[in-house]
Design a protein around this ligand. Structure first.
Ligand code: NDP
Ligand code: ZN
Length: 187
């Protein structure tokens, strides 16, 4: 990739870190929130993803920014002003509609999954893979979540990723399948 791509990725990571600076993950370790969007981006780029070894920069940018509009004070316009409309549109495809209640948001993710753009499908698959991998590790479970709640999240996550389908990124889909087969919920 060119040096301008490298700079763009660093500018994006830097902005995402500022946006999420005051947030931590809900786990016992209180992991800095930024670790999650960075994990989503590196999963898209890593061996095992069908986009490896040359992931498009705008998809990695959207991955690093995917929770900014949903979870921080920054808006879709803020993202477009810095990184352009293409990145903004992917981020918005990956953001829940805040006017819906929690149950409707979860159903909407299942219903809308097949209609998402190819670019958004990569981010959504890697997002679920990141959260479900964390949920599969003893220290990664959010504080207060019961085994039932973890299992419920797994079942919902599988419905979303099944609805996305395997065509977008067979490599990430295969990793998800392995997780669904092997998850034992030890914590
Ligand atoms: P979820 O319970 O599905 O939680 C979603 C949030 O948790 C997202 O912000 C997600 O992050 C985050 N998350 C997922 N995995 C992890 C992880 N490993 N570490 C840290 N954070 C993680 O949704 P809601 O909080 O909106 O709760 C509503 C739903 O929860 C209800 O509809 C119900 O189905 C269920 N529920 C079940 C209960 C039970 O005991 N069975 C009790 C209460 C609620 P990201 O932003 O990256 O997606
Ligand atoms: Zn996320």
């Amino acid at each position: 990739s060119s040096s301008s791509d490298t700079l763009l990725l660093l500018e994006t990571a830097h902005f995402a870190a500022i946006a999420h600076a005051k947030q931590v993950r809900k786990n016992h370790a209180r992991t800095p929130y930024i670790n999650h969007p960075l994990d989503v981006a590196r999963r898209i780029a890593a061996p095992g993803s069908t986009l490896s070894p040359s992931p498009p920069v705008h998809i990695l940018q959207a991955a690093m920014l995917h929770d900014v509009v949903e979870d921080t004070e920054y808006t879709a316009d803020d993202i477009e002003a810095r990184f352009g409309k293409r990145v903004r549109d992917i981020v918005m495809e990956c953001s829940d509609d805040p006017s819906l209640n929690k149950a409707a948001r979860k159903q909407a993710q299942i219903d809308h999954a097949p209609h998402k753009s190819w670019d958004a499908k990569h981010v959504k698959l890697a997002d679920k893979l990141s959260n479900l991998t964390d949920l599969s590790s003893p220290g990664g479970v959010p504080i207060g979540w019961t085994r039932e709640r973890v299992e419920e999240y797994f079942q919902w996550g599988k419905r979303v990723t099944d609805a996305i389908g395997k065509d977008a990124n067979p490599g990430l889909s295969e990793q998800l399948e392995e997780l669904y087969t092997k998850a034992t919920f030890e914590f």
